[in-house]
Design a protein around this ligand. Structure first.
Ligand SMILES: [Zn+2]
Length: 90
């Protein structure tokens, strides 16, 4: 699949998640970049894979999930729901 070369500004304007700058990243990938962070998607994939291999990512994902649940619970706290929204002890 041939990708159209675009700038990050164009991608952001069009609301795209990724764009293809047509240049190599600092680690030599000819890949798309994330429009918001500007990060090479291949680098990100590798970093994610490396973290997943060490188990860090799962811990991080679990922690992020708990944080999201707590934030959600805090946003909807009513006297009735408060009991359900109790914090998980460590
Ligand atoms: Zn890269």
């Amino acid at each position: 699949m041939k990708q159209r070369i675009a700038t990050r500004e164009q991608a952001l304007k069009q609301g795209l998640t990724n764009f293809f700058p047509g240049t190599l990243c600092k680690r030599g990938h000819k890949a798309e970049r994330n429009a918001k962070s500007g990060q090479c998607v291949e680098c990100r994939r590798e970093a994610t894979r490396a973290l997943a291999a060490t188990g860090c990512f799962r811990e991080w994902a679990a922690a992020a999930k708990v944080r999201a649940q707590e934030a959600e619970a805090a946003a909807h706290v009513t006297p009735k729901k408060r009991r359900k929204a109790r914090r998980r002890g460590h």
